[in-house]
Design a protein around this ligand. Structure first.
Ligand SMILES: Nc1ncnc2c1ncn2[C@@H]1O[C@H](COP(=O)(O)OP(=O)(O)O)[C@@H](O)[C@H]1O
Ligand SMILES: [Mg+2]
Length: 250
């Protein structure tokens, strides 16, 4: 299989927005086939991408407990339904994980899910994962190394310290990561204060780039328009276009 890119970071830092813009950038570079995975329990990548989501792996896992017709194996049921959960847009396919296994986790269903996802992921050249705030999901979702993990932070010192802790956590849980880099998002005028730069140095995290707070993103939010449809001149997208070639795991 090909390259895997994922994001990490506190809620609200802009992970989903960034994943949306990265997918658009990749599509514009002609990269394909791409699988986008929304691995956030509170899934909203579909909205950012303007894609209607028919259902989630979480729903399917629940369905496996009660809805498998007699005479059909659970595997056959899953194989049949998982195809319906995959949205094909022509530029990328989107798979939405939905709610994670709850109390009384149905382990057979879970391991089947992982098996099918592993299988699916092998069919794509690129897998781009919108991750939830915690990191546990990511290690369970993928058995393979993550080629690029972008830790997203706001420009505050507190935010950057949190990014530093995420880096430590990645090391602690021994998540296999090829390259880990920090993206500071929503920086006023796209600039970082001297103190913030100093802290990033101290933490010893690679700074991939600084994305400005973009009034166009806010405007699209207000008007309920999909972020991925921002005009190409949007400041955030311009900067993303400068960052990506420097860090993309070609
Ligand atoms: N560079 C930016 N400029 C302005 N608004 C942004 C920017 N990045 C993200 N946002 C806004 O911040 C909010 C949180 O972003 P989101 O991508 O949903 O964060 P996360 O996925 O990390 O929870 C959204 O309303 C989004 O539109
Ligand atoms: Mg999100």
């Amino acid at each position: 299989m090909g390259k895997t890119i994922a994001v990490a970071g506190k809620g609200g830092t802009g992970k989903t927005t960034l994943i949306g813009l990265i997918l658009r950038w990749m599509a514009e570079q002609g990269m394909k086939p791409i699988l986008a995975v929304d691995a956030d329990a509170n899934a909203n990548l579909g909205e950012v991408l303007d894609v209607e989501v028919p259902g989630t792996i979480g729903d399917l896992r629940e369905g496996m407990k009660t809805e498998v017709p007699t005479g059909m194996t659970k595997e056959a049921y899953m194989e049949y339904h998982i195809q319906n959960l995959l949205v094909e847009t022509g530029t990328y396919d989107l798979l939405t994980m939905g709610r994670p296994e709850g109390a009384g986790c149905y382990c057979y269903a879970n391991s089947l899910c992982t098996k099918f996802i592993d299988f699916m992921v092998k069919e794509y050249e690129y897998v781009v994962i919108d991750n939830e705030a915690g990191m546990e999901h990511l290690s369970r979702l993928l058995t393979k190394e993550i080629d690029l993990l972008l830790v997203v932070s706001d420009p505050s010192l507190r935010g950057i310290r949190t990014a530093g802790r995420i880096k430590e956590l990645v090391e602690e849980i021994k998540l296999k990561v090829g390259r880990l880099a920090l993206v500071v998002n929503r920086a006023p005028e796209g600039r970082l204060a001297g103190e913030a730069c100093k802290l990033i140095d101290e933490i010893g995290i690679e700074l991939a780039g600084v994305i400005p707070d973009d009034p166009l993103i806010a405007e699209f939010d207000r008007e309920g328009k999909a972020t991925v449809k921002l005009p190409a001149e949007a400041a955030s997208y311009q900067v993303l276009g400068e960052i990506m070639p420097k860090i993309f795991p070609y």
